[in-house]
Design a protein around this ligand. Structure first.
Ligand SMILES: Nc1nc2c(ncn2[C@@H]2O[C@H](COP(=O)(O)OP(=O)(O)OP(=O)(O)O)[C@@H](O)[C@H]2O)c(=O)[nH]1
Length: 201
């Protein structure tokens, strides 16, 4: 089964950190700001699940963001919306993002793809400005799912986020993989590591 997941959220909330943690089990600290689609396969109940994860840096450019946003919604079978527990604006943005996704034509026309809300940076609890209860309540009110994790400290909680989302899709009628038609997307981990190597010299 092929599954497309889009990871969204404002700047520096840890979208790449979560994605790279899933793929490599590692937290590398600094991540490039490139639009990337990563592939990752794993077995569930004897069946191979192939995940395509679209991780994009946050962009302030609204015109670019609109067309890209629609493309993402058209492509996605599921969403991971990330905020930082230390950044209230990022939480408010997730709340708005849910409304925007849910009102998009492609979302309404398709089988409603599951949405998972993720509060990241749980290790920074001394700087917390968003309570766990607020995340949970938002999920309850919007019919989404909720996790609080630390990409920096914990691989298993990150794994739970992605597997939890796939579990919710298993019964959903997934359409055949939609063509992407978007140039310039890097489909490998090499860019992340190449960037890191460059930075360290
Ligand atoms: N303490 C802590 N820092 C984290 C965690 N996750 C990410 N970071 C840090 O937060 C910063 C931003 O992480 P990224 O993964 O690049 O965030 P992003 O959401 O992909 O950012 P953009 O690409 O700018 O949209 C980096 O310095 C990471 O090391 C976490 O769980 N805990």
């Amino acid at each position: 089964m092929d599954v497309n997941i889009v990871v969204m959220g404002t700047e520096s909330v840890g979208k790449s950190a979560l994605t790279v943690r899933l793929l490599t089990r590692r937290f590398i600290g600094e991540y490039g700001d490139i639009e990337s689609i990563y592939s990752h396969s794993f077995m569930v109940d004897g069946r191979e699940i192939s995940l395509n994860i679209w991780d994009s840096p946050y962009s302030e450019d609204s015109s670019m963001e609109t067309s890209l946003f629609e493309k993402k919604v058209q492509w996605a079978d599921g969403y991971i919306l990330v905020y930082s527990i230390c950044d209230r604006a990022s939480f408010n943005s997730v709340s708005r993002l849910i409304q925007t996704i849910k009102s998009t034509k492609d979302y309404l026309n398709a089988d409603k793809a599951p949405i998972v809300i993720v509060g990241n940076k749980r290790d920074l609890h001394h700087r917390r400005t968003v309570l766990s209860e607020e995340g949970r309540l938002l999920a309850l009110n919007t019919d989404c799912h909720f996790y609080e994790v630390s990409a920096a400290e914990n691989y298993h909680s990150v794994l739970m986020v992605f597997h939890g989302l796939v579990d919710r899709m298993k019964d959903a009628k997934l359409t055949t993989k939609k063509p992407l038609g978007f140039k310039g997307i890097v489909k490998s981990m090499s860019a992340v590591f190449a960037r890191r190597r460059t930075d360290s010299f």
